[in-house]
Every structure is written in C-alpha cells, then in structure tokens.
Write a protein that binds this ligand. Structure first.
Ligand code: GLA
Length: 731
C-alpha cells in the first residue's frame, strides 16, 4: 500500500522510500523521510531540542519549541523563525497563522476541481486538514505517491472559513524539514543561449534561494533542485530532489538555521503574489514533487526523467516525436510560399515528418503584427490552405509558429485593445519590440483561443511551435482590480489556453521561450518537448543537454541539425552535429536547398539512423557515463527491459597526446550478453560495467573509413564521436 494510516501515523511509501508523518497532541510532524525502513515507530527521532530564546507552545511548554519541531505547515509570525510556508493578512490587518492538526481523509483521486498541471493518473490521495482555530483558516495538505519513481506529490489548498475577507501573502506547495542536515545543493543557472548550467554549492547557515521574477521560470533559473550529502557523486550518495509543476515566478528556499536544521520550502514566489479569499473561498497551490534516492545524482535523474516521461507529459504523445524541418534558421523573416514548397520537397528527400513554418508568415520583421495573426498574402499568394496541401502532398504534416502571449505596438490588436496589454499604470517597456498581453484577462484568452482554434479548425495543422520571446514587466491589469493576483493569474491563463487547445484539437505543441526560458514540468504537462536553447553550436549543446538531463529527459528537449557555423560561428562537422542532435528530439533547421547531393544523402542517412534510435530517446533510462569532461561526454540510454541500449560518445576538445579512453557502461543486465554494434563483439553486461569498452580503439577504425559522404572526422579530433547500439544476445 502506498498510503497507510496507522494510529497516529500517516505513512507514504514508494518502491524504495518512506515518509512518516506523525500526528501528536496538536500538530502534524514529519518524523522521517528517506530510504525505506521496516519500522514506523520512530518517535525517538522527534526533534526535542531546547533552543535558547525560543518561543514555545504554552500548553506543552519546552516540549514544544516551534523553532525546533519538524512540523507542517509553518505559518509566519508564530515564533518559528525559519522560512514559513504560509502568510496572510486577516480583516483586522493581523498577519500570520498557526496550523494544528484537525482531520484526515483518503480520497480515490485529486479533488475534481483541481485545475493546475498535475502528475497524471487517478491515484489514492491523502488529505490532511490543518486548521488555525482562531483565524478559522484551513490548510488542506494533499499527498500522493508515484511508487515506481520514488516520488511524493503534494499541493496545498487554503480554505477561508473566517467569515471575512483574508489576503494570502504566501502559500507554498511543499515544506520539508531536516534535522541536522548537511547538504550540497545542485540547481540550474545559466543565461539565454547558455541554459541549464548545473551549479553545485554547499549549504551553510543562512538562506539559499532559487527563484524567478521574470514571469516565467527563466533562462537562468529553474524550479528543479536537489540536496545531496556532500560526498554524493553521479552513482552514489543520498539525494533529495524537488520540482514544481509551475511556469511562473517561483521561489525555492533552503534555510539552514544556527542549529543546522534545514528547511526546504518551494512554491509560487511570494514577492509577486497576493491573493484575496472571500469567506468560503479556497486557493490551490501548484503541485510540488520530491524524491529520495541513495543512487546518487544519476539516480535522481532517472527517476525525474521517468516522472516527466510517464506521468507528466500527456500519454497521447508517448513515443511520438516527429522529425521536424523548421524554416527559421533557413529563411527567418524572408520566408515565402516558393521557399517553403522547395523546403518541403528537400525535407521529404531527407525523410522529415513535419514542415514547420516558423516566424515570418505574418510579418516582415520583429516589430510588427504580433497579435493579428494574418498571413502576408503578398508572400503567400496561394494562401495557407494551398501551402499546407503542397506540404501534405509530399507526405508530411504541417506545423506553424505562434507567439500568442505577445502584441506589437504596430498591430491592429494593439490599437483596438490597448487595455489588453500588461500595465501597472506605467507606459510599459518594450522588449524585442513587443508588449505582453494580459493573460490573466479571460477576454484575452477567449480572443487567442478564437484565433488559434480558427487556424486549427480551418486548416490541417498538427503541430504548433509556441514561442514567448520576452519576460514580463509592468505587471498589472487594466481590466481587473486585484493587481497582486495578476502574475499568478497570467500563468493560469496560459495553462487554460493550452488546456483548451490541446483538448479540443489533435495538435502537438513544441514549447519555446527564446530557447529554454520556460522549461519546466508545468509546460511539459501541455508541451511534450521544448526548444532548449537558441544556441545551436553543437559544442555548447553537448554541455547543455547533459546539464539539462540532470532533471529532464532527452525526449523533452528539442535540438535540430543546423548549419556548420552554428550560432557562435564555430565550425563543426555534420556528423558531430548529428550525434549531438540525435540524443534530443531530432529535426532539421538549415537551408536544405544549399546542401549538396552528398550532404542531402548524409542527412537521409542521419534520419534513417535516427528512426532506429528513437525508442532509446523516447523510452530509455539515461546514464551519464564517467569520462574526463574536459574532453569527452558519454551516455547510455537503456531500454526499460534492458534488452538494448544506445551508446553515445562525444569529443568536445582536441587531445594532442594519444590517450586510451575506456568507458564503463551502466544499467545493463550483468548476467546477459550484449553485442556491441560498433565491432560485433559480445560481452556480458557485467564485463561492460566493470572492465568497460575501449572507445579509442573503436573510434579510430570507424573514422578511418572516410566514407564519401564526408561525414567522418578523424578519431581524437575535437567535434567527433561515435554512437552505436548495444543489443542483448539471446543464447
Ligand atoms: C525565438 C525562437 C527561435 C525562433 C524565433 C522567431 O527566438 O527561439 O527559434 O522561433 O523566436 O522569431
């Protein structure tokens, strides 16, 4: 049983972990969260520290010092000086709230009116009701487990029963306390074009904050983070990991107090949040997920990948990632009917599935027409229908680019509805020549639904690239009064629009926000893949994709084979570009008409190889392999039944001296024998794991074949590599 209630304990079990919550006289406490243990009566673990100078419950005396206890769910201004999960202002202007245990219930599923992105599937749900009896405000904590991923899912519903209006100032999704926690934290940092850098640092006394104020999760921040013991490595060590199914301003706080008690609180960023609840109303937080593993950082990644792949991304997209040919890097704003038709013919020759008409179909440059969404008929004289027919005649699907949340000053929409633009009383700043529509306004959502649904009903469009090319500023609404709610309502509006479109139409949406500016589980709930970065340099991409794999599965990030100079001007060989794009959602994004016959043939072969590899990217367990990262990257994607795997090795820096590179594989069945695709040798899984494969020997003969497609480069050179399948041999 995943959830059990035994006397005064709530027990949440996954395959390898257990979380025990204790209901004592008044409060709900976390007794233990970590590796599975057979005993639940762990009262000796209760934190009874006597802290100097610390407020306590007057009825329980020193037995209950708020600042020491691992209780849920901490309200502000109550004598617990660690980061609170909750704050509010009541009718008299008082702040704070202290929650006590009230009741529990086991439900068959989430409440049916929960409207935010969620971990999918009907699952048993533990609801624990906490209350502040004086303020008559409840915090209902909802818990679920995803056993195979070792994940606990939570959210909080705040219910106002006070008889008056209250204003929420903070309402976190998750709070977890650790007594005497000694951790490193690993989170994402970065910048546009340099997304998903992994950042590891020691937790010391004080607060560590991972957050965003961009209005989206951001290029330089992400709601995922993990806490691990300082000795943890890729393969060993205890790790707790956290993520939030949310795409707006978030805040994760890791608060280490002077007694080394570590509190983790994550949820909507309270800096841009306030929410009014009338009597009888409630507020739902986004869902947060947490997991524990003793299998190191790699163990975290595989569990998070499985969670995203199998429980967050919609099952209708499982195993389906079209090979896209996108017009942007080829034509940008000069795209026209003839070019797209020729592009489609070439795309068919190299085996792509879907032609995506990127930006430029409704405007001549980036300073006009966002919001109007009208085809430029001068450049597309036969109309969109005829263009789609031409693409379909080539046997491909058609996709189109939208940036729904934006409006240009030079547009009909801006003139007609200036009140639809985010505005806090200021004129507002432009970014990329555009303003942001107020997605918290239901009329805006209705308008955008009308426009996009109009295209989807009139034309055979199966794919949308949904872009978002600026951050939010001057956030306020000219059509609503509660300005503190606009940030969160903006995100809710985006979700509502995505929800309607993906439910009403057979369409797949690729997310993008100037690259990876909004890459999070909330978006993955609607968009099965997201353009990870506008940086298409394969050297940068190698680092970025390995870094992103810390939390997100390769089937969720798209990277297309593009031109040799990439975005940085650094030259790279086609084979290397292919190797790198091959361990993400593959596609093409370059002027295909400029490719020689030879290069087209090479691309055709890349597509073919890719189709064979698809199952590994879509379903495989991802293992980062141990190599010297100054020069190399290596990974193995192993099918769940361990029958086969895809091995990828990339060299990103030149090695002048000859160096033997032996790579030890992971994740195979030690007792089974496997055939190595590169040389047909057969070894036991255990041999491959312990003795490894000598890659330098595999690379050299492979590259000396110098086939006529000019795809090969010499072994040892920077920007080279190899990939091959490893298949179980049935005796
Ligand atoms: C963003 C995207 C690009 C492209 C352009 C079009 O920068 O990241 O891939 O779609 O917008 O304007």
């Amino acid at each position: 049983m995943a959830i059990t209630v035994r006397e005064n304990k709530f027990i949440l079990e996954t395959k390898n972990t257990i979380c025990i919550l204790l209901r004592n006289d008044k409060y709900l406490e976390q007794l233990y969260y970590g590796a599975m243990v057979p005993d639940c009566d762990l009262e000796h673990l209760e934190n009874r520290q006597i802290l100097n100078f610390a407020p306590y419950d007057p009825a329980l005396g020193l037995k209950y010092i708020y600042g020491a206890r691992l209780y849920l769910y901490s309200g502000a201004n109550t004598g617990d000086f660690r980061t609170p999960s909750f704050d509010m202002t009541d009718g008299k202007g008082f702040s704070g709230c202290r929650f006590r245990y009230k009741a529990y219930e086991i439900l068959p599923a989430l409440p049916s009116d929960y409207a935010l992105p969620r971990v999918r599937g009907e699952r048993e749900t533990l609801k624990i009701v906490l209350t502040d009896p004086e303020k008559r405000v409840d915090a209902e904590l909802y818990f679920q487990t995803v056993e195979d991923c070792d994940v606990i899912v939570r959210f909080t519903r705040i219910v106002n029963r006070s008889g008056e209006r209250i204003v929420l100032r903070k309402a976190a999704s998750l709070q977890t306390d650790f007594e005497n926690g000694k951790f490193d934290v690993i989170s994402f940092a970065g910048a546009p074009g340099d997304e998903m850098r992994n950042l590891r640092r020691r937790i010391v006394q004080g607060k560590t904050e991972i957050s965003s104020l961009f209005g989206v999760t951001g290029h330089s921040s992400n709601p995922f983070f993990l806490l691990c013991s300082p000795k943890s490595t890729e393969d060993f060590g205890e790790c707790y990991a956290f993520n939030l199914l949310y795409s707006g301003n978030f805040k994760a706080e890791i608060d280490c107090d002077c007694h080394n008690n570590v509190r983790v609180v994550t949820g909507i960023n309270d800096a841009t949040f306030s929410w009014t609840l009338e009597d009888g109303e409630c507020f739902d937080t986004p869902q947060a997920v947490s997991l524990f593993t003793e299998e190191g950082i790699g163990g975290v990644s595989r569990r998070m990948h499985a969670l995203c792949r199998e429980h967050i991304i919609a099952p209708k997209y499982a195993g389906k990632r079209p090979i896209v040919a996108n017009t942007w890097e080829s034509f940008a704003f000069t795209v026209n009917e003839e070019k797209v038709k020729a592009f489609a013919r070439e795309a068919k020759r190299i085996g792509a599935d879907t032609v995506v008409l990127d930006d430029g179909w409704f405007r001549n440059d980036d300073a006009e027409n966002l919001g109007d969404w009208e085809l430029i008929t001068d450049r597309f004289p036969s109309g969109l229908g005829a263009l789609i027919d031409a693409v379909k005649q080539e046997g491909m699907e058609f996709g189109i680019w939208f940036e729904p949340e934006m409006v240009s000053r030079k547009s009909k929409l801006f003139k007609a509805h200036p009140e639809w633009v985010l505005n806090n009383g200021d004129v507002g700043s432009e970014s990329r020549n555009q303003y942001v529509l107020n997605m918290s306004d239901p009329d805006v959502i209705e308008y955008l639904y009308g426009v996009i649904a109009g295209y989807l009903s009139k034309y055979d469009i199966r794919y949308i690239k949904w872009d978002m090319n600026r951050y939010l500023s001057e956030v306020g609404s000219m059509t609503a009064l509660r300005q503190g709610e606009v940030w969160h309502r903006y995100t809710l509006g985006v979700y509502r629009l995505l929800d309607r479109l993906t439910s009403d139409f057979d369409v797949m949406i690729e997310g993008c926000a100037g690259g990876g500016g909004r890459f999070d589980p909330g978006m993955l709930y609607y968009e099965p893949m997201i353009w990870l970065s506008d940086n298409t340099d394969p050297y940068c991409r190698t680092e970025m994709q390995f870094a992103a794999s810390l939390a997100y599965p390769p089937c969720s990030f798209s990277y297309h084979f593009s031109k040799g100079e990439g975005t940085t001007g650094r030259h790279s060989e086609p084979f290397f570009r292919w190797l790198v794009s091959d361990f993400a959602c593959y596609g093409y994004e370059l002027d295909l008409s400029r490719l020689s016959e030879e290069e087209l043939r090479a691309c055709r072969m890349f597509t073919k190889k890719r189709r064979k590899a698809e199952k590994y990217i879509n379903e495989g367990d991802f293992y980062r392999l141990d190599v010297d990262r100054e020069y190399y990257y290596a990974c193995l994607q192993v099918l769940r039944d361990k029958s086969a795997a895809l091995f990828t090795f990339l060299q990103v820096n030149a090695q002048i001296r000859y160096e033997s590179v032996v790579v030890r594989l992971k994740g195979l069945d030690p007792q089974s024998r496997y055939r190595i695709g590169a040389n047909n040798q057969v070894y036991f899984g255990r041999t491959l794991e312990k003795a490894g494969l000598k890659i330098s020997d595999l690379l050299c003969p492979h590259f000396k074949t110098k086939d006529p497609l000019r795809i090969a480069v010499e072994g040892g050179k920077s920007g080279s590599g190899i990939s091959f399948e490893i298949e179980r041999v049935d005796d």
